[in-house]
Structures are given as C-alpha cells and as structure tokens.
Design a binder for this molecule. Structure first.
Ligand SMILES: CC(C)(COP(=O)(O)OP(=O)(O)OC[C@H]1O[C@@H](n2cnc3c(N)ncnc32)[C@H](O)[C@@H]1OP(=O)(O)O)[C@@H](O)C(=O)NCCC(=O)NCCS
Length: 388
C-alpha cells in the first residue's frame, strides 16, 4: 500500500499560500506601505480614531458622524462585565499571565450568552463588538485585582484608549496619553493573514461561535513569535540602559547570532511604516515624561543595528518602539500583548466576516510518512520504548 499517490509540495509555515481574496488590508512590504480598506496607515493614524478605524475594518467604509456616534455608544454600553465573569477573574491566581486571563474570560463570556451560535452576520458582528468593548475591562480588572486594588468600573468614556487608561489607574487620563494609545491601537488593529487572524479564520470556517473564534485568536497571539516581541524589545532597551552601551550590545548579540528584537519581518523587507509613526510618539512621550534616556537608548540600539545590518532586508518593525510607548504610558509590560489583542480584535472580526461570506471549511492535509499495515501487538507482548 502506498501512502503517497502524487507529488506533494509541503508549505511549511504556509509561506506565500493565499487562503482567500480580501478587501481588508494591503501590505506592500517592498515599498513600506500599509493600507486598511484602501486608506494609508499614515492617514488613519493622523486623522482617525481607533473606533473609526474599527468601524472601517468591520463594515468596509469610514462611518458618518451619526454612524460613528451610534457605534461608539454601543461599545460604551457593552463595556461592563457580567458579575459572574468578574468573579471568575477574581478566582484566578494573581500570578496568572494576563493573556491567560483574557483567553479564559472571553471563553467564559460565551457561557453567559444564551444564544452564542448564529448564522446572522449582523448578530455575529454584534457579539464581536461586545467582546471588543469588554477587553479593556477584563485586562484592567485583572491588573488591579492582582495589585490588591478594587477594579475601576467603566465610566462611559468615548474611546477604548481613554477607558483603558482610566480603568487601569482610576485617574483622569491625560489627553496626550490617550491620543498616543489611540494611535497605537490604530496601528495594531489589522495586519492581513497573520497567525492569529488565520487561527480565527480556521475556527470560523467550522461555523463555530464568535467566543470560540476570538479565544483561538487570543491563544495564538499569546506566543512570543507573534504578540510578544514588543515586550522583548523593551526589555532589551531597559537592560542596555544607556545609549553608550548600545553599540557593544548590538555587536555582541549579532556576533552570537542573536536576534535584535524589534527588527526584521516576514513581509516588510524595508521600513515597517508603523515603526516610523510609533517612533515619533515614543520620542514625544519620552520628552513629556522626562524619560529621554530610555528613548535615546532605543535610538542608539536602532542606529547600531541598522549599521551592522546594512545591506540586509532586516529593518525596524512595529515592535521596536511600541513597547517604549506603552511603558511611557505607565502600562505594565505583561499587558502589552493583551493591548495588542484589544486592538487586533477589529481585524479578526473583519476577516472572519469576510471569510464566512463564501465559507469553505479549512482542512489542509499532512503528508503521512509513517508505516502502514503493522500487525497489532497484544499489550503483554510489547517491548515498550516510545513514550517512556
Ligand atoms: C520577525 C522574524 C521572525 C521574521 O523573520 P523571517 O522573515 O522569517 O526571517 P528568518 O527568521 O528566516 O531570518 C532570515 C535571516 O535574517 C536574520 N534575522 C532576522 N531577523 C533578525 C533580527 N531581528 N536580528 C538579527 N538577525 C535577524 C536571521 O538570523 C536569518 O539570518 P541567517 O540567514 O544568517 O540565518 C524575525 O525577523 C525575528 O525574529 N525578529 C525579531 C523578533 C521581532 O521583532 N518580531 C516582531 C515581528 S513584527
């Protein structure tokens, strides 16, 4: 018996495999361009808000003032947590990784929805928006509880960014800080068929409910090869400490074949356009907060890395300065990936809805290279080696 009937190409990592046509996001990795629904990321970061961007991604066009108002009010009305979900968060160990808490809480939300399954796209979107609106509440509630503080209830502030900063600290958020976080949320909201978006798409293709879909996305984003690089980039900057130590750090790291965090990308072979925007905000925030050494160290690492990596397609990516921005906003390092999820859920939703319009169950194949037709060995006669 032959296991293989035809020549097979294995696409490890699914590099360059297209799973659908899409109208959501275009990345030109050679020209340093990123577009959401045809609008450049520079235009959106310069003029839009996260709410407007989320609307654009999910519904396909920029909202009118009236549509945006209705959308924002819906999000405000969805932000509170069910008491049972709050109790669930309270019951989790305070040493839990916040991404585990997020995944558990979003999964639990499904149990409190009397009808989680639906074929209606508008109802699907509504369920997703309920999750989107609750993510800042889940993240900040856990952070406060683990620090022996009472959770701060949502106050009906108009933006995801303002409400997040308010619920994190209990203080009136600074408008400049809100704006910087809002821009960071816009920049993280969507990035084509990345690993977590694909995970959501696979789950959606089985016609599973939105809670299961978003839980898949959160679980996939949690990995250090996907959502965790900005934490690592910030740790590097904090470890290096001063600009004068940057050159030695970079030279040693590259000599030891280590990667410089915040550099390199599977799609961008030049500047990641999001990096340029975040670098500007990181610089402005650092000056405002009197933490210029942190920013100057990051710039020195970047300059050294660019010098050493000259002639390669390895350039700074979004993570080189996003961690600095979050850190300067007073956000604990292990909340960086949850913030990424809080933003990316807009892109996940857009892709899921688009895929379901012409759904086909995603079911790839694995090339079997093991034996077939082995005689069954009774348990008493087995010598035992595998799994010992
Ligand atoms: C993001 C990343 C996984 C993309 O990598 P990729 O396109 O799949 O490229 P590869 O991992 O195949 O690396 C290709 C070469 O570039 C080198 N390289 C890639 N990123 C590098 C980095 N950040 N620093 C130093 N060298 C790097 C690799 O060592 C490899 O060199 P080699 O051919 O001599 O072995 C990779 O650049 C990386 O690990 N970056 C650091 C983590 C990071 O910032 N992630 C956030 C991405 S938004």
């Amino acid at each position: 018996m032959s296991a293989i009937k035809e020549p097979v190409v294995i696409h490890k990592g699914l590099d360059n495999v297209y799973v659908k046509e899409s109208r959501i996001c275009f990345i030109d990795g050679e020209a340093s361009k990123l577009f959401y629904r045809g609008y450049s990321i520079e235009e959106l970061a310069g003029h839009s808000t996260y709410e407007e961007t989320a609307y654009l991604l999910i519904y396909g066009s920029l909202p009118t003032a009236q549509q945006l108002d209705k959308f924002t009010r819906s999000l405000e009305s969805y932000r509170s947590l069910e008491p049972a979900v709050l109790e669930l968060i309270r019951s989790l160990p305070s040493r839990s990784d916040p991404m585990d808490v997020l995944r558990t809480a979003v999964s639990a939300l499904g149990s409190y929805d009397p009808r989680p399954m639906t074929d209606d796209m508008n109802v699907r979107i509504d369920k997703s928006l309920r999750i989107l609106a609750k993510l800042p509440t889940i993240i900040t509630t856990f952070d406060r509880l683990r620090n022996q503080k009472q959770p701060v209830l949502p106050r009906g502030l108009e933006s995801q960014a303002a409400e997040f900063l308010y619920m994190l600290t209990g203080d009136e958020p600074d408008p400049g800080d809100v704006h910087a976080l809002d821009v960071a949320l816009i920049l993280h909201a969507e990035h084509e068929m990345n690993a977590s978006t694909f995970a959501c798409t696979v789950t959606a293709s089985t016609l599973a409910d939105m809670y299961s879909i978003m839980t898949s996305g959160i679980g996939t984003l949690r990995g250090p090869l996907h959502g965790g690089a900005n934490e690592a980039a910030l740790r590097t900057v904090l470890e290096v400490g001063t600009p004068s130590k940057a050159e030695n750090y970079v030279a040693d790291a590259l000599a030891q074949k280590k990667r410089i965090m915040g550099f390199g990308h599977r799609v961008y072979k030049t500047w990641d356009p999001r990096y340029l925007i975040l670098k500007r905000y990181a610089g402005e925030l650092a000056a405002k907060k009197g933490q210029t050494q942190l920013f100057d160290t990051a710039v020195a690492i970047e300059n050294s890395a660019r010098k050493h990596l000259e002639g390669t397609p390895i350039f700074p990516n979004v993570d080189s300065y996003s961690g600095i921005v979050f850190h300067l906003l007073g956000i604990p390092t292990d909340l960086f990936t949850p913030i990424f999820a809080m933003s990316r859920i807009a892109g996940w939703t857009a892709h899921v809805i688009e895929y379901l319009e012409t759904n086909r169950l995603i079911r790839p194949k694995a090339l079997y290279v093991g034996p077939v037709g082995l005689p069954y060995i009774p348990i008493d006669s087995r010598s035992g080696s595998a799994g010992e």
